[in-house]
Design a protein around this ligand. Sequence first.
Ligand code: FE2
Length: 213
Amino acid sequence: MPVYTLPDLPYDYSALAPVISPEIIELHHDKHHAAYVKGANDSLEQLAEARDKEQWGSINGLEKNLAFHLSGHILHSIYWQNMSGDGGGEPLEKDGVGELADAIAESFGSFAHFKAQLSKAAATTQGSGWGVLAYEPLSGRLIVEQVYDHQGNVGQAATPILVFDAWEHAFYLQYRNQKVDFIEAMWQVVDWQDVARRHEAARSRADVLLLAP
Ligand SMILES: [Fe+2]
């Protein structure tokens, strides 16, 4: 029985067009995300086998594979939920997401400054990576992380609440080499209600580290 399963998309393949084409969404979810789910399950299975046999020759590779595939599964699972065909704009109090708007302003100075930092972090990934808005529980602040692959360059314990996939598989069929244009377009489909829900959930577990800031 696999531990991880591929979640259904919360919308049709065409729901995010024209920002993201149906062809990209189908391949990205059904093939790429599915491969990370399988990879995470396979890694756990191979680690269980290593324990049973007490054969640790592949431990480094197995732990790396687990981090890569599990992080890929988690980030993509958030990614689909972060987007909506009715998304875009910026978080506003009148839409019931005032606390998120305030947290962004406190942590980054303004929404414009936050948008610039996340856009730049995502668009300048070298090779494959992500731009991520995360809740950092020690300070209670929001931070932007530039993630290598799915799991590198990440501080411990921060919870991703808005993720921009900057891997070529996320845009190349439609945007070719224009990663900057893709990242700019992504803002049109951000579902701020979903981001606000994730922010609230992360805040409610803020003492998870049991440390003073
Ligand atoms: Fe992806």
